[in-house]
Design a binder for this molecule. Sequence first.
Ligand code: SF4
Length: 62
Amino acid sequence: MGTVKIEPAYCPQNHYCPVISVCPAGAIIQKSPFTAPEIDRVKCTNCGRCTRFCAFGAFQMS
Ligand code: SF4
């Protein structure tokens, strides 16, 4: 299993992140609709679900 990361350059940073609601661990944080989301490493289980939901491919498994 890899580690999920967010690539801010792929995120338009102009909307509420819809991927927040699909994370089963509540590990995605977004300080404002105008910033890219961040991952709470303590909560994240690297399940990879977020990588399948972002339309821009901003969540990546490495
Ligand atoms: S890998 Fe899973 S637990 Fe981690 S941020 Fe993505 S959906 Fe949430």
